[in-house]
Design a protein around this ligand. Sequence first.
Ligand code: AMP
Ligand code: FE
Ligand code: FE
Ligand code: ZN
Length: 290
Amino acid sequence: MIFSELEQEKCREIDLHTHSTASDGTCTPTELVERAASVGIRVLALTDHDTLAGIPEAKDAGCRLGVTVVPGIELSANWLGTDIHVLGYHMKRDGSLIQKLLDWVQQERIRRNEGIAAKMAADGVDVSMSQLRQRYPGAVIGRPHFARLLMEQGRAASVKDAFEKWLKPGQPYYLPRTKITLEQAAKAISESCGVPVLAHPLQYGFAPEKLEQLVAEFAGIAMGGMEIYYTGYTLTQRQQLFDLAQKYRLFVTGGSDFHGENKPHIRLGEVEVPRSVEDAVREHSKEIHP
Ligand code: AMP
Ligand code: FE
Ligand code: FE
Ligand code: ZN
């Protein structure tokens, strides 16, 4: 594949990176698919953090509205102290390694959420975990949910501001959580017949050498892809990422990372992704798990 050819295939009909209320998006899976249909998206991957819970609802809506829903997930992994995100597409098998891993991740999140809530309560914020669970039933609760609460109570101007002031590392309500390794993430996805994809490579703040080290390591663990079409990535950045993907034999994908109101600058139907990406993901799914 040649980069310029890929660029010519760009369209706004494919988005392989979105979040729903099953994790930290603000649209339900149905609303997400409805919105996708209304902006002309044909193929949509639901990639909620650490859960596959939104997939059945999204699939139903997709059937009704003529949108192909790719079952996906986004896992956070620790690599040399940085939080790296791995997307998984065409996830199939339940009850295997992935389920065990997700259960462990949930437990670790519960532990951390209780800690964050305690810090906030001690500071006079009106917060309780049972309240949050009621408000976000079945959702993987994380810092974005605390961020909304802080915003609603007038302690932050926006979700982003809440992260800046309170929730990011170094700020008063931050607590780390123990993460799985990059290898565990990629292997769990492969085990579930999924295709692992390194998400948004430029979001980690790495210098070029370190980014290449990450890509090389990821490619060594898994046969998969790398997200190079992403909200805000420029032509030059895409070209550089494409070259890196080629060098390490990763196929390329793309998506917006839509989260609804939690990331208002990201809009559905605005990311441009080459048409052939859809086939590339499907082909790799077959190749890995014939
Ligand atoms: P957690 O997994 O609970 O640590 O929360 C991490 C999630 O918070 C990420 O996946 C993002 O979706 C979101 N996030 C991180 N930083 C920000 C930010 N500055 N503004 C909005 N959302 C953010
Ligand atoms: Fe998120
Ligand atoms: Fe991510
Ligand atoms: Zn995401």
